[in-house]
Write a protein of this length. Structure first.
Length: 262
């Protein structure tokens, strides 16, 4: 349902105000044609859209009749959002409820990804995009990890966030210990040379559920988390390099893990 709006102070547009500093707990913002199209094609709940005039025909067939799509001139859109938003479209969606980790034990996916202390939206978005490309759709969100529904995370992930299942992972050591008693295996990533090289991990892997655990960009995983995991794995590197960006390293770890579990 397209609705013309000429007043930038219209309260119906409040969800789109100052989106760069918006708290995603009040609903997330998706931007750009490709990302918004993928949102419209997903199962997530859409609350409303904000379109620049002239964009209506691109989305008419995708927008549910019950969803308001506010149409504004570009200059008004910029006043509302706080910047000239990408390709003339923003969408306001409802963040899905995170699943409990007991649901992971019930689903028992071949591979899952746990993120602990990863605060950079570029890194989280990149990891989510890589996970989707490798068929990994179960993601555990640990302490100090930025929400996957932050605007920048959504954009960097190229909307793959809309097709993942997210699990609350607030007490990693406790939850790892519990899930391992239920047959889920956890593999902590570390640069330590005494860990098992990821490309030789195959014989150690369970075939019924392995969670790759990736830590903070600067400090990695703390020792308590590593000790709780049944496996510690590392990425062999040339001696002139001691680390990689967590988004890059995580993608390589996931690729090797997924390959060995096929």
């Amino acid at each position: 349902m397209f609705i013309e709006v000429t007043d930038p102070q219209d309260p119906r547009l409040n969800a789109f105000r100052d989106v760069r500093i918006r708290d995603p707990r009040n609903g997330f913002i998706a931007e750009g044609s490709l990302v918004v199209r993928r949102l419209l094609q997903s199962e997530l709940s859409l609350r409303s859209l904000l379109l620049h005039r002239g964009q209506e025909s691109k989305y008419a067939a995708l927008i549910p009749d019950s969803t308001p799509a506010f149409v504004v001139d570009p200059q008004i859109g910029e006043q509302i959002a706080g910047y000239d938003f990408h390709r003339g479209v923003l969408a306001h969606g409802e963040c899905p409820t995170m699943l409990g980790c007991e649901e992971l034990a019930r689903r028992r996916p071949p591979t899952a990804l746990a993120l602990i202390g990863i605060s950079d939206p570029e890194n989280v978005g990149s990891l989510l995009r890589s996970a989707a490309a490798l068929g990994v759709h179960d993601i555990l969100i640990g302490p100090q990890t930025i929400t996957p529904f932050a605007r920048r995370v959504i954009r960097v992930s190229m909307a793959s966030v809309f097709h993942h299942r997210f699990y609350q992972f607030d007490e990693p050591v406790k939850q790892i210990t519990q899930l391992q008693t239920e047959g889920i295996q956890f593999a902590a990533t570390t640069p330590a040379k005494d860990a098992i090289a990821i490309d030789t991990l195959g014989s150690e892997l369970a075939r019924h559920g392995t969670v790759l655990v990736v830590g903070n960009e600067a400090s990695g995983l703390d020792r308590a988390v590593q000790d709780a995991c049944s496996l510690r794995t590392t990425l062999p590197m040339h001696e002139s390099t001691d680390s990689l960006n967590v988004g890059v390293a995580g993608a390589i770890f996931l690729y090797e893990l997924s390959k060995q579990l096929r």
